[in-house]
Design a protein around this ligand. Structure first.
Ligand SMILES: [Zn+2]
Length: 516
């Protein structure tokens, strides 16, 4: 997926309308965004970053300013405060398998080089995901922070935003002055958290005493299906978090949901609080950790077998029934070409339904076939046996064209999405949308642009766990979570953990907390 790629752009010192500040500030900004599913065989190399986001210098501002992203929020807040930012590099790749050692080294080197070459640098702002794993580096985000810290030295502040799916470790906490996690799922507060990071960094640079930190790691795993902050249990947990943040001595407090699809030792939900008084930080982190632990059995979703889900969904409602296939969630590192639910739909022919399948060769074959002609070919199932074999699709090519648009809802609003060549094949009322790029279809445009009206579909399959609700929540008559096999399965007992050995709920229902 090509968002923008202007590698080679030289370092540009951005100058915004300078507002006189009591401290002269020059802040280097950069970031790496990757959620690594170590169970996925799709290795994440330089090409994956080039295809999604690999930006340097002025291209960072051109791409992110005004968007709902951490960098967008950082750029906008810094401009408002008159703080000069020196952009280094931002590399982002779609969630997928382990990141190559070369790519991690390249990104870290570029950030560190800009820090080193900016003689008057007073601090660093980073936007990291927090659940990155690289070859030989299980705690890749902690590694990035510690390398930047080495170059920056101990006395200049380093503030970093994290996705709330970060698998936070003590090493990451130790390397940064302040870490700020997203407060929302579906994620809609990226720009707000970026702006918050700027304000916290400016506070440190203005001479405020650095806050004390409290970090609590729970023996508790959860999956995104039951983590939405728009409903309980997380709605109440976040309300509590915001109450704690309003205390005058509290700098910021985060609840880290974690990302369980990585076989690394540091999995688990966590809480993190920064406050002037160490006792206040500890009390906040403990209170939220107890909230999570008390409700631990609320984090497991109810799942329906595929055939039963399709039968239930075919009954007419006032709007589309969402079949949530999170096991094949591209946003969690799955390939997006799983066929188990596709097969169930094609067999049941439950009226009008839509499903997206990543299959570049099949999309190209549809282009060769031509619009209005019969399409007969195997589709999907190209990546992992676990996600089902290819299935026969016998239908008509209804749409075939290159597709590119900007996200129009709060999930990364403004971000350009390039699906490459896209074909819609319709077979017995089932609209199969074949894409040549893997995507996170967390908006309605991928349906509207291929000629479908989302509210009038009977069934919409979402290969997503929770972010689908930003664009589809208001039209969905019901959401059914489907139990298909896959590397993002909501049933964690399916995953072959080897390096993650800690006793943890729900894998080990007898897990206890807090430690004696
Ligand atoms: Zn996330």
């Amino acid at each position: 997926m090509a968002i923008t790629n202007r590698l080679g752009t030289i370092l540009v010192h951005l100058s915004w309308s300078a507002v006189a500040r009591k401290t002269v500030m020059t802040i280097v900004v950069g970031g790496i965004w990757h959620e690594t599913n170590t169970f996925s065989p799709l290795v994440t190399d330089r090409e994956c970053f080039v295809r999604y986001q690999l930006l340097e210098g002025a291209a960072i501002r051109d791409t992110f300013a005004g968007t709902n992203s951490e960098l967008g929020g950082m750029l906008d807040a810094a401009a408002e405060l008159g703080v000069p930012l020196v952009p280094s590099i931002f590399g982002g790749a779609l969630p997928s398998g382990i990141v190559t050692r070369e790519m991690l080294a390249l990104l870290v080197e570029r950030i560190c080089t800009v820090v080193r070459q900016t003689p008057d640098v007073t601090g660093v702002l980073l936007a990291l995901h927090g659940a990155m794993v690289a070859e030989g580096v299980a705690q890749a985000d902690a590694y990035v922070l510690s390398q930047v810290r080495r170059v920056l030295g101990p006395d200049r502040p380093l503030v970093c935003t994290l996705d709330s799916h970060a698998n936070l470790s003590a090493a990451a906490v130790a390397a940064a002055d302040v870490l700020v996690g997203y407060d929302t799922l579906p994620h809609v507060d990226m720009a707000e958290r970026g702006a918050e990071a700027v304000r916290l960094l400016v506070r440190l640079l203005d001479g405020d005493r650095p806050p004390h930190v409290a970090f609590r790691k729970l023996p508790l795993l959860s999956t995104p299906e039951r983590q939405a902050t728009t409903e309980n249990p997380m709605q109440a947990v976040m309300a509590h978090c915001h109450r704690l943040e309003r205390a005058p001595g509290n700098w910021t407090t985060s609840v880290m949901l974690g990302f369980p699809y990585a076989d690394v030792p540091h999995l688990g939900m966590a809480t993190l609080a920064y406050a002037d008084d160490p006792a206040e930080a500890a009390a906040a982190a403990d209170a939220l950790a107890h909230d999570l632990w008390r409700q631990r059995d609320q984090f497991t979703p109810e799942l329906s077998p595929p055939d039963a889900a399709v039968q239930r969904a075919r009954m007419p409602r006032g709007g589309p029934v969402m079949l949530i296939e999170s096991a094949d969630n591209v946003g969690g590192g799955a390939p997006g070409d799983g066929t188990v639910l596709l097969r169930a739909l094609l067999e049941a022919q439950p009226g009008s339904a839509s499903i997206v399948i990543w299959d570049p060769a099949a999309a190209a074959a549809a282009a060769e076939t031509g619009i209005g002609r019969r399409f007969r070919r195997q589709v999907g199932g190209n990546t992992l046996a676990l996600h089902g074999p290819p299935v026969w699709l016998d239908g008509r090519v209804e749409f075939c064209d290159a597709l590119r648009y900007q996200r129009d809802r709060d999930y990364f609003r403004g971000q350009t999405i390039d699906l490459g060549l896209v074909a819609r094949i319709t077979a017995g009322g089932v609209h199969v949308i074949l894409t040549s790029e893997r995507l996170m279809p967390f908006d309605t445009l991928h349906l509207r642009r291929v000629g479908l009206s989302p509210p009038s579909l009977g069934i919409i399959v979402m290969k997503s766990a929770s972010n689908w609700s930003v664009a589809f929540g208001d039209i969905a008559a019901e959401a059914i979570y489907v139990d298909t096999p896959g590397v993002c399965s909501a049933n964690l007992a399916h995953l072959p953990y080897e390096h993650f050995k800690r006793r943890c709920f729900p894998l080990d229902p007898g897990s206890t907390w807090p430690p004696a």
